[in-house]
Design a protein around this ligand. Structure first.
Ligand SMILES: [Zn+2]
Length: 237
């Protein structure tokens, strides 16, 4: 893909880029909305420019930053590498969480999106604390073991595993030291912990309740005659 700002008829891209939208979540086309002018580019000669697109799915603005490749007399060529200024937010089925836990986890994931890794670890810790506030020691132990299981399953090295365990369950007065690598592991581990504790549990319970309801319904709908016939068939077969 190439992008040009032409002298007379302005913005031109050889193909329409598509990206995941942070607003609606769709993998949608980016349609240009506010683009740099040729004259301004020639006058200021910046190394980077900003372009506002709109999401073809939800119409919200999408801000992208792009490097200038070359200034020509008839057109300015821009890099095909569009850097998104707003990153998509981390998705989670927040509806299954309590209000306090939801607020803290949302904030934690927003810190991750903003590359604030220590803040992300701290808010994750607060979300875990809020989730386990009234939990018995068995549940607390189960959360810790779930984390260890996930880290082991994912083959995470021992140093990182120790750091992450300390960040979520260790001494809360010690500031965790979390770099981008550890944060990338932590986000998946935290999502899995909360998924297991809330989403998976609630879905399993609902599914089992539904199945038992249908079993009851079926039994209720069998008339005494059907039941007698079924019983006699069962005896003769
Ligand atoms: Zn959208």
């Amino acid at each position: 893909m190439a992008i040009y700002v032409n002298k007379h008829d302005g913005f031109e891209q050889t193909e329409v880029p598509t990206r995941e939208c942070p607003h609606c979540g769709a993998h949608a086309q980016l349609l240009p909305l506010a683009t740099p002018s040729f004259d301004e580019l020639q006058r200021a000669r910046p190394q980077h420019v900003g372009i506002v697109f709109r999401c073809a799915s939800c119409n919200e603005p999408r801000f992208l930053r792009v490097a200038v490749r070359a200034f020509g007399p008839e057109r300015v060529e821009l890099s095909a590498n569009l850097v998104e200024v707003e990153r998509p937010r981390e998705k989670f089925q927040y509806g299954y969480l309590g209000e306090d836990v939801e607020r803290l986890l949302h904030e934690a994931f927003d810190c991750y999106t903003a590359n604030c890794h220590t803040a992300f670890a701290l808010f994750s810790r607060l979300a875990v604390d809020a989730a386990l506030k009234e939990a018995d020691p068995v549940t607390q132990r189960r959360w810790l073991e779930s984390l260890r299981d996930v880290l082991q399953l994912a083959d995470v090295d021992a140093d990182t595993a120790r750091t992450l365990e300390a960040a979520l369950f260790g001494d809360s007065n010690v500031l965790p030291s979390i770099g981008p690598d550890a944060a990338a592991v932590l986000i998946e581990a935290v999502k899995d912990l909360f998924y297991q504790a809330y989403v998976r549990t609630a879905k399993l319970r609902a599914a089992m309740k539904m199945r038992r309801y249908f079993v009851d319904e079926t039994l209720r709908n069998v008339t005494p005659i059907d039941r007698a016939r079924r019983d006699s068939t069962a005896k003769t077969s």
